[in-house]
Design a protein. Structure first.
Length: 298
C-alpha cells in the first residue's frame, strides 16, 4: 500500500473522517454507524455488504479500523445505477468530477429546468449516468432514490438552495479507498453474491429494504423489482444457510412481527436500537423509531 494512503488511515485513528457516503440513501446508516460498530465482530476474514446503498458502515470501518485495512471487501447491490457510480468513482474520478462541476453550475442557474431535463435524459454513457445519478440524488425531494415499475427514476425536485453537487474532496478520497484497498464492487442479487463468495469467518452486514411497519410505505422501490415479503423470507433462509457455513452475520431491519418470526432462531441475539429516519416529509417524525439488529454471534 502506498505510504500516503497509509497516512490517511493514521489520520482516521484520531477520529477524522476522510470519506463518507457520496449519496443520501433511504435507510442509510450514517447516523447509526457508531452504534452498529459496537456489534461488528473484532476479527473476521472478508467483509460483505450486499445491500450497499450509501455504504455508510463500509466507510465507517475503513475510517476507524485502520489496523484492519487489508481485509477484502465485497460491495454489491442490485441497483445498476448505484454500482455504476461506485465503479466510475473508482476508475474515472476526474472525468466524473468535471461533469459534476458542469451539472452543478447548470443547476444553480436554473434548478427546475435543469433538474427535469436531466431526469428525463436517456443518454447511456457510463460517466454521464454516474454524474446524473449523483446530481439527482443531491437535488431531488428528500434525497430519495425511487423508480417506477419501468425502472425510471420518478422523484420530484427537492427544495434546496445551492446544494453541494460536486464534493470533489470526498470523491477523490473514496477513489483512494476503492483503488488502494482490496475492494471488489459487483452488480448482483444478494443471494448469488453471498452463496458464491463467502466462507467461514467472513463478516456479512445485511441492510435490506426494511419490512414496512406501515404497509402503505413505498420505500422499498429502490429498483423496479421491489423487496416484498417473499424477498424477506428468501433473505432469512439465506441467513440460516450462512450461519451453518460459519459466517458472522449482522442484519438490520424493522421491528415487526414478520421479522421477529423469520429470525426467531436467533432471538437471544436480537437487539433493539433507536433510529433516525432521514427521509420523512415531516421532520418531527424522523426520530424515535425502533429497529432491530440481529446477529448470529456473541
Amino acid at each position: 500500500m502506498h505510504n500516503e494512503f497509509s497516512n490517511l488511515y493514521k489520520s482516521s485513528s484520531i477520529g477524522i473522517n476522510k470519506f463518507h457516503p457520496f449519496v443520501k440513501w433511504a435507510g442509510g446508516k450514517t447516523r447509526l454507524t457508531s452504534v452498529i460498530e459496537r456489534h461488528v465482530p473484532k476479527n473476521f476474514s472478508n467483509y460483505f455488504e450486499p445491500f450497499l446503498g450509501g455504504g455508510a458502515l463500509f466507510f465507517h470501518l475503513k475510517n476507524t479500523r485502520y489496523e484492519m485495512k487489508d481485509f477484502t471487501s465485497y460491495l454489491s447491490d442490485n441497483n445498476p445505477e448505484l454500482i455504476n457510480a461506485y465503479n466510475i468513482i473508482k476508475n474515472k474520478p476526474q472525468k466524473l468530477i468535471a461533469l459534476l462541476r458542469e451539472f452543478e453550475k447548470n443547476y444553480y442557474n436554473n434548478p427546475r429546468e435543469f433538474y427535469y431535463e436531466l431526469r428525463n435524459n436517456k443518454l447511456s454513457d457510463k460517466i454521464f449516468l454516474a454524474a446524473r445519478f449523483i446530481t439527482l440524488n443531491k437535488t431531488c425531494y428528500n434525497g430519495l432514490y425511487r423508480v417506477n415499475k419501468n425502472g425510471l427514476f420518478n422523484v420530484p425536485l427537492g427544495n434546496y438552495i445551492k446544494p453541494k453537487i460536486c464534493d470533489e474532496e470526498n470523491l477523490l478520497n473514496i477513489n483512494g479507498i476503492l483503488k488502494n484497498t482490496k475492494t471488489i464492487i459487483r452488480l448482483g442479487d444478494f443471494e448469488n453474491i453471498l452463496v458464491k463468495n463467502t466462507k467461514s469467518n467472513d463478516f456479512i452486514y445485511l441492510d435490506p429494504p426494511y419490512d414496512p411497519i406501515d404497509r402503505t410505505s413505498n420505500f422499498t422501490s429502490y429498483t423496479n423489482t421491489g423487496f416484498n415479503i417473499e424477498q424477506q423470507k428468501r433473505l432469512s433462509d439465506l441467513f440460516h444457510i450462512l450461519d451453518c457455513k460459519g459466517c458472522k452475520l449482522l442484519l438490520s431491519n424493522s421491528d415487526t412481527e414478520t421479522i421477529r418470526e423469520l429470525y426467531k432462531d436467533f432471538s437471544n441475539n436480537i437487539l433493539k436500537i433507536e433510529s433516525i429516519r432521514s427521509i420523512n416529509s415531516k421532520p418531527e417524525k424522523r426520530s424515535g423509531h425502533v429497529e432491530l439488529l440481529i446477529k448470529n454471534y456473541k
